[in-house]
Design a protein around this ligand. Sequence first.
Ligand code: GLU
Length: 336
Amino acid sequence: MKKRRIFTLLLISVLVLSIFMVGCGNGDNGDNGDNGDNGEVENGGESPDRVAIATGGTTGVYYPLGGAFANIVNDYVDGVTANAESTGASVENANLLNDGDVDFAMIQNDISYFAFEGIEMFDTPMDNLRGLATLYPETIQIVADAGAGIESIEDLAGKRVAVGAPGSGTEANARQILEVHGITYDDFTPDYLSFAEAADNLRDGNVDAAFVTAGTPTAAITDLSTQHSVVLISISQDMIDEIVSEYPYYTQVEIPGGTYRNQDDAVDAVAVMAMIAVRAELSEDFVYEITAALFENLSDLESAHARGGDVSLEGAQDGMSLELHPGAQRYFDEAQ
Ligand code: GLU
């Protein structure tokens, strides 16, 4: 009798255990499949065979460089297909990445910091964001209609200003820089426009000025300056000092004379860093392989845009505002 009871108990335990194991096998592997991934879980992370890269508007720099990154993955990483998507840029990209709708994202380092901490424009910390590498400086460029009488940021009060696409890092920069100058959105008419829309509206006289946070030269401004007479507005040294001390991710830069048509003099400005961020859920081996492919084919980035030439192994952690993904960390530890 006793033996039989022990046997029955054993049988039940085996059954319960096997049901539990089947349950695990069918369980969610963390890949919510929104981007069509066919993810495999290994080393505690996913190794999808399709990846999506969030970039920005088509006349910015994220778009061509994100496209070049996708091509590198397609050409040099076996069994992985990458696709670069046009988006509203940094803030939208942080949301897309954190939600697992994309696997990699181009983001400004100030915005990824706010996202990770859940501050400024983000309500909750975004735990799914990890750093792969910082890339190149993105300059906050303030371009104005040459006939609108705008010579300083203070002159933007009362004007119609394109402040960046909804969900862009540009918009956050416009807000912060204006605020340091004592100007709020109540003091002028803000228009939430992509770089291409801002350029068209400036040319057609519907807006007086536009903020553009992007690597230089930015195609939207290059094209505009060949069709319309525009000027770039300098930020005064006092205000640059204040911006940098209030928001530590800004650095002081100069837009060299001759960057755009009819712009002979250098312009004083501030910049943030562009970075590639990656989903924390991707496996270490997978991200290692992607990082290696990127850094072993940097000339492909340079051919896509001049700022691609700024990307280097030595500079890949300058201004990094996120914890590095362990796959990227392993690559840099080995390569440096
Ligand atoms: N940094 C810009 C933003 O997040 C986008 C720059 C680009 O598209 O090159 O608003």
